[in-house]
Design a binder for this molecule. Structure first.
Ligand SMILES: [Fe+2]
Length: 391
């Protein structure tokens, strides 16, 4: 009778696998937060083997007023987003950056094609002109790692006020947030978390190239991510320059991409959240965006598709769409010669322009160390493309 037992186990596994794939679709869920893998007691109090979280005020809140509630995320929901007029502060910036890059500030390019590391600026002390310059500088460099910042120690409201100069915050449809601050997006893997081990039982790598929430009608522009707790090694973030990715294409290919639009979907992310017993805070949406978008301050064009959220090219048959998107996704993923890898250290704030970059987290720390970051996510204009110019 043994063979029948083996077969029925295999059938059960097959059904589970089918359901899981169905729930996730083509959304690669490498970093979703899970109540099942978070030990709040250890996060707040520490244990014999781990320190408590350095910034408990940034731990994701749970139902009710207490942090230690072994239940799922807060069940608050939000209405659909309405269109709004975005204002691009990078347009007002002095391109010589007199307020941002004062004498004594050290700027070091991370690679030739993307990224800068900056020492000697305290972002929270910038005046408005400095903030305008920051938007332009981030658009030009694509990502900037500012070291020795005080963001994490500020009252959360102050950090939010700084970021919301650039636009109204995005509230994520599935992620946790600190108590009282739903507009702060958390990236939190608690100490002793087993996500990595579990993840690699099913996947060969954790690379998930995307631009944040591109399924929204007005996705984020200038975006901030700052570190609270990081593993001793690992947990870096990859960034790619999507303007250079576009420039690498031939004139004929660029001409063909001009005018094409693609569907970006948030449905699979929401569905995956429901499937793991978590919440969706807003009715999921899809939106159509140009495959090539123009930056409102620099005029630069950039590829704007990503494998996490871009599903279908409008007007193409499915096989045609899959074929072209696969090329573009591979182009983005394989072009290590237009990418940089940010190493997090205490006090780091990374500012990137979400309109002209793609990024991926790296799930490579495997011994249950805590990784805890906060993202401030001002929304920007609806993506647009300016006329094609032969060069
Ligand atoms: Fe992201």
């Amino acid at each position: 009778m043994a063979p029948a037992l083996i077969e029925s186990n295999a059938d059960a596994v097959a059904e589970q696998t089918f359901q899981k794939d169905k729930n996730q679709g083509s959304y690669k869920e490498a970093f979703s937060q899970s109540s099942a893998t978070t030990n709040y007691d250890t996060e707040i109090n520490g244990s014999d083997t781990v320190e408590p979280a350095k910034y408990p005020n940034y731990l994701p809140s749970r139902n009710g007023s207490q942090l230690i509630v072994v239940k799922d995320w807060d069940d608050v929901t939000y209405p659909p987003y309405e269109p709004f007029d975005a204002y691009e502060h990078g347009r007002d910036a002095d391109p010589s950056f007199p307020n941002l890059l004062k004498e004594g500030v050290e700027v070091k390019d991370i690679t030739a094609n993307i990224g800068a590391e900056v020492h000697g600026v305290q972002l929270s002390k910038l005046n408005r002109a400095g903030q305008d310059e920051l938007a332009l500088f981030a658009a030009q460099k694509k990502l900037v790692a500012f070291r020795n910042q005080d963001f994490a120690s500020l009252p959360i409201q102050e950090a939010l006020d700084f970021a919301e100069y650039y636009g109204p915050s995005h509230i994520h449809q599935t992620s946790g947030a600190p108590k009282g601050f739903p507009r702060v997006h958390l990236v939190h893997r608690s100490a002793n978390d087993t996500t990595s081990k579990d993840f690699f039982e099913e996947r060969t790598n954790s690379i998930t190239w995307h631009t944040d929430v591109s399924f929204e009608m007005q996705p984020p522009g200038t975006t901030f991510l700052y570190v609270l707790d990081v593993p001793k090694a690992g947990g870096d973030t990859l960034f790619g320059n999507m303007a250079v990715a576009y420039q690498r294409l031939s004139p004929e290919f660029k001409k063909r991409l001009h005018g094409l639009k693609a569907v970006h979907s948030g449905h699979e992310q929401a569905q995956a959240s429901i499937a793991r017993g978590s919440v969706v805070r807003r009715t999921p949406v899809s939106n159509v965006h140009p495959i090539v978008r123009t930056h409102p301050a620099t005029g630069e064009k950039a590829l704007y598709v990503n494998p996490q959220f871009t599903r279908r090219i409008v007007g193409f048959k499915k096989e045609e769409s899959d074929y072209l998107l696969k090329f573009l996704f591979d182009h983005i993923a394989l072009s290590a010669d237009l990418q940089a890898r940010v190493k997090w250290e205490a006090g780091t704030v990374v500012v990137w322009d979400n309109r002209v970059t793609a990024h991926s987290a790296i799930l490579d720390w495997q011994d249950g160390q805590r990784r805890h970051l906060a993202r401030l996510t001002p929304r920007a204009e609806r993506p647009f493309e300016t006329p094609f110019e032969e060069k």
